[in-house]
Design a protein around this ligand. Structure first.
Ligand SMILES: Cc1cc2nc3c(=O)[nH]c(=O)nc-3n(C[C@H](O)[C@H](O)[C@H](O)COP(=O)(O)O)c2cc1C
Length: 324
């Protein structure tokens, strides 16, 4: 009797896994089959040394890919049991999935899986329409279902205080030539399987903007097309900040992003205040709760957009010889 996953199951699920978000669309993941288990590995060769020296962002991205992988397997009727960081001596193996008892997918799994191809980072201004309370609650539930938490920054003065921290973090990062060079390296003006396409980077930041934007080098805005004056800012966090917590955070992030996509919302991520330690601490204190902020999101109703490219699945699979 077959007791493990097959290469075909790995290949199919990995097609969905690679749709996960990653810093500058660096896609720092690999997937392999070992002793019947599917394993998610951090690809050190695709880490961003200047932007992400600790590997936090790469582990968030791999966690998000892991969440898609879990969904794909569950929707195919072969859910997985997951062990995070299964081998103490192999820290880059972030997760191992083995087959659980086959069952039909739940409606939530089907819903989340169905929107994987439609999710994208929407960096354009959103409409001013508020996000209703029940939808905010759904987003919080999505984070909690994956052992994360989601805190909305409520009220003009709290949003202004957050914006101050975020803008100052952005200035700190922008002062570092290595950070700026790395960012420029990942902006793509011609079609490419990774990096941020110039057209997806959002409009150029302007002095009147409340929140900072990553300088992906977009177009300047037409007069009057400003960002929403009272953005919905949400902070996703986890109880701790071990490398395992960061993989947990990635899964919670992806569940929130997919839930938002299903609710017709646009989301852009803003991690400058997470990347600068002082800003992250200020953010943690301002939220007045235990745990560690892992990602900040701007959420709202936006214009349609399209998903960004990914490398082909064959480039990210390690399969036993003879089974490719
Ligand atoms: C850990 C992490 C940090 C990110 N930080 C930012 C950010 O500060 N600004 C931004 O515009 N996008 C940010 N992103 C979004 C990525 O740029 C985006 O996921 C990637 O370019 C792929 O595009 P997609 O989300 O449209 O699939 C971040 C994503 C991750 C996973």
């Amino acid at each position: 009797m077959e007791t493990g996953f097959t290469v075909e199951q790995l290949r199919t699920a990995a097609t969905d896994a690679v749709r996960a978000p990653s810093l500058h669309n660096s896609q720092p993941w690999r997937f392999r089959l070992r002793d019947g288990g599917i394993e998610v590995l951090l690809d050190r060769g695709r880490r961003l040394p200047a932007t992400d020296p600790s590997g936090w962002g790469a582990r968030i991205a791999c966690g998000a890919a892991l969440f898609n992988l879990r969904l794909a397997l569950a929707v195919a009727g072969t859910p997985a049991t997951v062990r995070l960081r299964p081998y103490p001596t192999e820290p880059d193996v972030l997760a191992r999935l083995v087959p659980d008892v086959p069952r039909r997918p739940t409606p939530t799994e089907q819903m989340l899986y169905g929107v994987i191809p439609h999710r994208f980072s929407n960096r354009a201004p959103f409409w001013p329409d508020p996000v209703p309370a029940d939808v905010r609650w759904r987003l919080g539930e999505a984070a909690r279902a994956e052992q994360g938490w989601l805190e909305m920054v409520i009220g003009v003065s709290a949003v202004n205080a957050f914006a101050e921290v975020a803008r100052s973090a952005n200035r700190v990062l922008d002062r570092d030539p290595a950070y700026r060079a790395e960012l420029a390296e990942w902006v793509r003006s011609a079609p490419a399987p990774d990096g941020v396409p110039a057209g997806a980077g959002g409009p150029l930041g302007e002095p009147q903007d409340l929140l900072p934007s990553r300088g992906f080098g977009g177009r300047s805005r037409a007069p009057g097309r400003d960002f929403e004056p009272e953005p919905l800012v949400a902070v996703l966090g986890t109880a701790g900040n071990t490398t395992t917590d960061q993989v947990v955070a990635g899964q919670a992030l992806q569940r929130v992003l997919l839930t938002a996509t299903d609710a017709g919302l646009g989301v852009s991520m803003m991690s400058q205040p997470i990347e600068v330690p002082g800003a992250r601490e200020a953010l943690r204190l301002s939220l007045g709760r235990f745990g560690t902020p892992q990602m900040v999101m701007r959420i709202g109703y936006g214009q349609p957009g399209s998903p960004t490219p990914r490398r082909s699945v064959d480039e990210v699979l390690d399969v036993p010889v003879g089974q490719a």
